[in-house]
Design a protein around this ligand. Structure first.
Ligand code: SIN
Length: 551
């Protein structure tokens, strides 16, 4: 069969066919890095559900953390990452991240990402929980778009990587327990069956599970949900990191006000105009993110307000405009003046620490299925990610996934025996569009209210009940992106709630008011979930951290 040959499925849906050595799903920094590296040896296709400019990477502001400074070292970066990670980092994986990171950043610069320099030297920014300035950035606070554009340009030059934008992956294709491709849906409703000898999942996070998020609309946890359906092990799904300073506004996504603003000296103020982080933590506004969020939450409750203030009025206005053009212009467009008024900010879901369990080479428990970037759980973030370690993660583990792909493809059996598409025999009518939109909004509210920054058994039980009720009124989805996304959101939300219920302690980004203390005796553990049976119900296990005492 030739690539592009149209076929018709039993339900009458038109199918197209493609074949690759490597199929990458996701067009952020990890997906682009993996695709670019793999394309040196293999025929590579890259599918992304939106445009490349719509990824979370593209929106990233702060930068990339790497030990490139005179007074820095991988050892120091290692120590800071572990400290922020609240006792749950995988030290071996962190070692890889900090040791290999500087070389990856230099390579990225050679590829064309122009990082900000002064007098020829990289400018390194401060961010929360870093003990030295360590964050390289580009275009001031436009790091993500600069980096993503540079990678995309090289990927696409000379047709190295076959790019398919606006292509929604419905499911992974499996053959006798091995992943052999994916089936995807384009904007016209045509399905494509992409067979591949290896699939790299790099489809990012799931911030859209919550009502207030910095993540783009596309961040609906599709990769986590499809990996779960395929039988992958997912880990620590209870850990969603909330960014302290997102604009307090009814917008989706909401504007991020990069942590680098606090790195340059901006303050957090309570309702009375006091700097509440001074005295709360030795690093004040630059405490680890989970610590800042906890204090914000306390202050907001005490003062009876839905936000605190980020104040940069004491900083030089020309500097602010030049260093933070995205934030400055973004605020101006919404009627706020960063130079002359404090800005209302509240925590927003920002980075999904939990995800598909991988080893240090992007391998999942499913042969042929690799994962990297935010979607993956490598263990580098522990229970609270150190700021600006995520773009670095995409670079380092995207590249390591390529090295593993080269080994795997050299020996793997290319023959595909039988693939089940898992499509319904008859086309489905699906759910009414208004119901789909309402349910999505309700799910986000339920998750923010009952499984958000602060959790409790009662709240989590209510959340589980509400999610079940929302699901109960839906019929199986038609082949429409909005419906398929909703079912993926429901899957991820359910796994998050169930995992959050299991972890009976407060650690990093997971705060239980009924178990307010970190419990290193019982809970230096990971929570693993895997689909148990066809009904989709999860089997949950608790696994002591290697080297940890366990429960
Ligand atoms: C930021 O710019 O504050 C975001 C950086 C990050 O999430 O690592």
């Amino acid at each position: 069969m030739k690539t592009g040959t149209p076929l018709v499925s039993r339900s009458g849906v038109e199918l197209r066919y493609s074949g690759y050595d490597v199929l990458v799903i996701g067009g952020g920094i990890a997906g682009l890095t993996a695709a670019l590296g793999a394309a040196n040896r293999w025929h590579v296709g890259l599918i992304t559900k939106g445009a490349l400019e719509e990824t979370t990477t593209f929106l990233a502001q702060g930068g990339i953390a790497a030990a490139l400074g005179e007074y820095d070292s991988p050892d120091l970066h290692f120590k800071d990452t572990l400290e922020a990670g609240a006792g749950l980092c995988d030290e071996e994986a962190v070692r890889v991240l900090v040791e290999e990171g500087p070389a990856r950043v230099r390579e990225l610069e050679k590829l064309g990402a122009k990082f900000d320099r002064r007098g020829g030297k990289l400018i390194l920014a401060s961010e929360g929980a870093h003990s030295v300035p360590r964050v390289v950035h580009a275009g001031g606070d436009a790091t993500g778009s600069v980096v993503a554009s540079a990678l995309a340009e090289v990927c696409l030059s000379g047709g190295r990587v076959e790019l398919h934008e606006h292509e929604f992956v419905v499911d992974l294709l499996m053959d006798e327990g091995r992943c052999v491709g994916a089936v995807s849906l384009d904007a016209e409703g045509t399905l494509t069956v992409s067979l591949a000898r290896a699939v790299v999942l790099a489809s990012g996070g799931a911030g859209q599970v919550f009502a207030h998020t910095t993540n783009p609309l596309v961040a609906t946890g599709d990769g986590q949900a499809m990996a779960y359906r395929a039988g992958a092990v997912l880990r620590d799904m209870e850990f969603m990191q909330f960014h302290p300073t997102a604009l307090y506004a009814e917008e989706n996504p909401t504007l991020l006000l990069t942590e680098a603003l606090r790195g340059e000296g901006a303050y957090l103020l309570d309702g009375a105009g006091e700097r509440f982080m001074v005295g709360a933590h030795p690093r004040a506004e630059l405490a680890p993110r989970d610590v800042v969020v906890r204090h914000m939450k306390r202050v907001m409750e005490r003062d009876g307000i839905g936000h605190v203030w980020l104040d940069a009025r004491h900083l030089d206005c020309a500097f602010l405009r030049e260093r933070f053009p995205t934030v400055y212009q973004g605020l101006l467009a919404r009627g706020f003046d960063l130079c002359h008024e404090p800005i209302p900010v509240a925590p927003a879901s920002h980075y999904f620490i939990g995800g598909v369990l991988t080893d240090g080479w992007g391998r999942t428990n499913i042969p042929g299925l690799f994962a990297c970037g935010e979607l993956a759980s490598t263990g580098i973030h522990g229970a609270n990610r150190l700021a600006s370690n995520s773009l670095l993660e995409g670079l380092v583990f995207g590249e390591r996934t390529v090295r593993e792909l080269n080994r795997y493809l050299a020996v793997s059996d290319p023959a595909v025996r039988k693939v089940r598409l898992g499509l319904a025999d008859e086309p489905r009518a699906g759910n009414d569009a208004a119901l789909v939109a309402e349910t999505r909004q309700e799910l986000r509210n339920v998750m923010s209210d009952l499984c958000g920054i602060v959790r409790s058994r009662d709240g989590l039980e209510q959340a589980a009940q509400r999610l079940a009720e929302l699901e109960a009124v839906l019929v199986p989805p038609a082949l429409k992106v909005a419906e398929l996304e909703l079912f993926n959101l429901l899957t991820v939300a359910r796994l998050m709630v169930q995992s959050a219920m299991v972890r009976e302690e407060s650690r990093g980004v997971h705060l239980r008011e009924d178990f307010p203390e970190r419990d290193d005796v019982a809970w230096r553990c990971h929570v693993l979930v895997q689909r148990a049976d066809e009904s989709g119900s999860p089997s949950i296990t608790v696994q002591p951290l290697s080297g940890g005492a366990g429960r």
